[in-house]
Ligand binder design. Structure first.
Ligand SMILES: Nc1ncnc2c1ncn2[C@@H]1O[C@H](COP(=O)(O)OP(=O)(O)OP(=O)(O)O)[C@@H](O)[C@H]1O
Length: 584
């Protein structure tokens, strides 16, 4: 999915809500930063005082800290000791405020980015299948992990560098002006030049950052795909194919990365030149002033210190321009996910209120057509299924059988026509309610890493161990887990590895039994199983389908026999009913 470029301000507005809970932390952090800037402004003064009052460079306008040097005595050594102590004290105060400011502001930045990451994942998970069909798993994962990470880096850089940098540069510029208007003018004149150079080529840098993030996302998708299909890769020795695709993707990342490096590298020498020019101007003007007795050497040292202090954060900022460009590109990609409409989060429609806890289980297809883009999967399907009926959908590959099941589950919206449950269109039903009424056992049961019991409980997280055990027994799961040392507590590997196909299906049936939904969808749950495994799975399914409305897709006679009616679908053509018409 290409992400359209979003203007800066629009993007800031989009993410502002995430910062709202941390306003107080942020404000406190700002306070600490102001104190730190004030302490930094005092830093050069002990040195100036030593020059003017101890080394005797001649102080026509003495250092304001001069009187403080006498606290330990008026001898030169005592004054030097007092100056050294002052240097340490000011540095300690500045460091303390720096620490507090970092903790507060970076903490707010970290918390805000954690909230963005959580929300992006939560939203992504709830987006409809039609969205996920258009994405790669790796690409989506890269948005949650890498893009949210880049947004976090930019936020933390904002809190720890950009904001304090602007604050201290402003403080130093103001202090230079207060010290002497001539010094101030030189300092202030340097600011626009530094800022101009800092943001120069911003658009090119941003374009490179976006290109890089897109390419990195595609690279992550390539890795995820190769690893998901690692058995096939090994079986066919397809490593070279993936190597070549990866190398091509890497070239894209590299060229975008080199462009970003170039944008960055061009700024630094220019910035160094501006800094050197400003320092030279100040040194010359300041030196002339000292020679003519307008101000003391200490003042000149302070002014030079202020100028260095003012330019340093601006230079640091420009070095971070890559982080900000990367953060903006990633923020656009995250915003694109968050802006996708999510029916699961839509407010419940008025007509859908007052639904019973449990549906009776009537399912109607009325003139239902379904297109995936320009591919037609179903054409004007009319079908009425009464509560408790078990209807088998048959037809050749691509006839739309699985699509019909997906429509009952509300995983897709029909392109035309309506699928109703107990008379209400699935589009009008709250997703949460619908999930409780419809459960499914698919061709391959997906199991998550965790215990077998965890996987059964997935259908109903609040189920008691006894309920989980009862479902496992009914689905004949305990028939094999009782032989395992940890029984239902046996841990499964990544993606539920460690069980045979038939065992996985039985765990899937136990899960569906625990869900206890009135409508059950079966999509080839026994295909790929040998005769013995099929016999056991069909026995377990027998308990699942009893007293429930069932829509099944199967070619296996053992399961077909359990159906009360059959409906044959023709590829993208009108449905043709055979056997006993269902519930008409
Ligand atoms: N997510 C999808 N995106 C695009 N096209 C799809 C998608 N799912 C299914 N299709 C297409 O819709 C048509 C119907 O697919 P469906 O899986 O519903 O058929 P089926 O009857 O269940 O097939 P099979 O017996 O092979 O499982 C096919 O042409 C298929 O390519």
């Amino acid at each position: 999915m290409r992400t359209p470029s979003t203007p800066h301000r629009q993007l800031l507005r989009f993410f502002r809500g995430f910062g709202a809970p941390y306003r107080r932390l942020f404000a406190l952090g700002v306070g600490m930063r102001l104190c730190e800037t004030a302490a930094d402004l005092v830093t050069p003064w002990p040195v100036a005082a030593v020059i003017d009052h101890v080394l005797g460079a001649g102080a026509s306008r003495g250092s304001p800290l001069g009187p403080l040097l006498g606290v330990l005595g008026t001898g030169r050594t005592a004054m030097l000791t007092a100056a050294a102590a002052l240097v340490v004290l000011v540095a300690l105060v500045s460091a303390a405020f720096d620490y507090a400011g970092d903790r507060l502001m970076n903490g707010a930045g970290e918390r805000m980015s954690a909230a963005i990451r959580r929300e992006t994942f939560a939203h992504l998970q709830r987006l409809p299948l039609s969205y996920h069909d258009r994405q790669t798993v790796g690409g989506s994962a890269s948005r949650v992990i890498t893009d949210c990470g880049a947004v976090k880096d930019a936020l933390v850089a904002f809190c720890s560098v950009l904001f304090p940098g602007v604050l201290s540069a402003t403080g130093y510029a103001a202090a230079l002006l207060v010290l002497d208007w001539r010094f101030g003018l030189i300092g202030v004149a340097a600011v626009p030049a530094v800022l101009f150079l800092g943001v120069r080529n911003r658009r090119r840098g941003h374009r490179a950052a976006r290109r890089r993030r897109e390419a990195e996302g595609e690279l992550t998708a390539l890795v995820a795909e190769a690893l998901q299909g690692i058995r096939t890769v090994h079986a066919f020795g397809g490593h070279g194919v993936h190597d070549r695709a990866f190398a091509a993707g890497s070239r894209g990342v590299l060229s975008a990365g080199l462009e970003a490096v170039d944008v960055q590298a061009r700024r630094v020498p220019l910035l160094e030149s501006v800094t050197a020019a400003a320092t030279a101007a100040l040194l010359w003007t300041g030196g002339v002033g000292v020679l003519r007795g307008w101000w003391s050497t200490g003042h000149l040292v302070v002014a030079l210190g202020y100028l260095t202090g003012m330019v340093a954060p601006l230079r640091a900022l420009s070095k971070l321009s890559g982080t900000f460009a990367q953060g903006q590109a990633s923020a656009e990609r995250v915003a694109a996910v968050l802006a996708e409409p999510c029916p699961l989060r839509a407010p419940v429609r008025a007509g859908a209120r007052g639904l019973p806890r449990r549906a009776r289980g009537r399912v109607d297809f009325a003139g239902v057509s379904m297109d995936y883009g320009d591919r037609r999967a179903l054409h004007r399907l009319d079908l009425k299924i009464a509560p408790g009926e078990r209807i088998a959908l048959t037809g050749p590959n691509g006839a739309g059988k699985s699509t019909a099941l997906a429509l009952v589950a509300g995983l897709y919206r029909p392109t035309r026509g309506t699928v109703r449950i107990d008379g209400t269109a699935t589009a009008d039903l709250p997703e949460e309610w619908l999930r409780r009424q419809v459960t499914a056992v698919l061709q391959e049961t997906f199991l998550f890493a965790g215990t077998i019991a965890d996987n059964i409980r997935y259908a109903r997280p609040d189920a008691s161990p006894r309920q989980v055990r009862a479902a496992a027994e009914a689905a004949l799961v305990t028939a094999f887990t009782d032989g395992f040392p940890d029984g239902l507590g046996t841990r499964l590997g990544d993606c539920g590895g460690g069980l045979s196909g038939g065992q996985r299906q039985r765990v899937g049936i136990a899960r569906a039994l625990l869900a206890d939904a009135p409508i059950v969808l079966l999509d080839e749950p026994t295909s790929g199983l040998d005769a013995e495994a099929e016999r056991l799975v069909v026995a377990a399914l027998g308990r699942l389908v009893a007293h429930r409305t069932v829509v099944m897709v199967t070619h296996r006679p053992a399961l077909l026999e359990t159906a009360t009616g059959t409906v044959a679908l023709a590829p993208a053509g009108p449905a043709r009913a055979t056997g006993r018409p269902a519930g008409r």
